[in-house]
Design a binder for this molecule. Structure first.
Ligand code: SF4
Length: 204
């Protein structure tokens, strides 16, 4: 990773130190009951900051964000970009409201991400990363930025965060099939607009 002329060396160092601190964080270990694996991906000048809920068990094991069925759908069907483009750290800063897989809930599915993580780390990343647009994935990330708003309403709006364009997507998980069935306009129209903007921002 390198810094460009518009970013001071001190600013760049601050960002690198932050990433190191996040990678070393084990704050939730007692609560999880296992060693957390914080997922940190992307460069300071990444063009798109993508924010989701929390890594899955599969990502916890591979340490590679969106290395699962949801990620494959997101990249190839929705953004329509190659894996190489998605995993270019100058293109995407990939982060979640919580950086670690939180474990399984007793009723099935994953536990909710710990609230402390966003306050502790995401807020600092938001302040430092020089992205052009935001993409929020899923209800949890949407609620963090737009509390009290309905996910479905947000998905069909052009939004702003910190004066930059922001878009909300439903979670691409195959388990989300009912939402896709109930909202065909998303795959018929809306995702075409978002993929167009993603490709424009990436210059492809
Ligand atoms: S979820 Fe966040 S606060 Fe908790 S251990 Fe992981 S990085 Fe640290």
């Amino acid at each position: 990773m390198s810094y460009n002329n518009c970013i001071s060396e001190e600013y760049f160092r601050k960002f690198c130190n932050l990433q190191k601190e996040i990678s070393a964080c084990r704050y939730c270990q007692d609560d999880f009951g296992f060693e957390p694996h914080p997922i940190v991906f992307g460069n300071l000048n990444a063009k798109i900051m993508q924010i989701s809920q929390a890594p899955s068990l599969s990502v916890h094991n591979t340490r590679k964000p969106f290395d699962d069925a949801s990620g494959r759908r997101l990249r190839s069907e929705w953004y329509q970009i190659s894996d190489e483009t998605f995993y270019n750290p100058d293109n995407f800063y990939i982060v979640s409201v919580a950086h670690c897989y939180p474990g399984k809930a007793s009723g099935g599915g994953d536990r909710k991400p710990p609230k402390c993580c966003a306050d502790k780390w995401l807020a600092q990343e938001l302040a430092l990363v020089q992205n052009e647009i935001y993409i929020l994935i899923g209800g949890y990330a949407a609620a963090y930025f737009f509390p009290g708003e309905k996910l479905t309403d947000l998905v069909f709006q052009d939004l702003e965060i910190n004066g930059k364009k922001a878009f909300v997507l439903p979670h691409p998980s195959p388990l989300n099939i009912k939402w896709f069935r109930d909202h065909p306009a998303f795959e018929e129209k809306r995702i075409k607009k978002v993929s167009g903007i993603v490709q424009e921002v990436l210059g492809i």
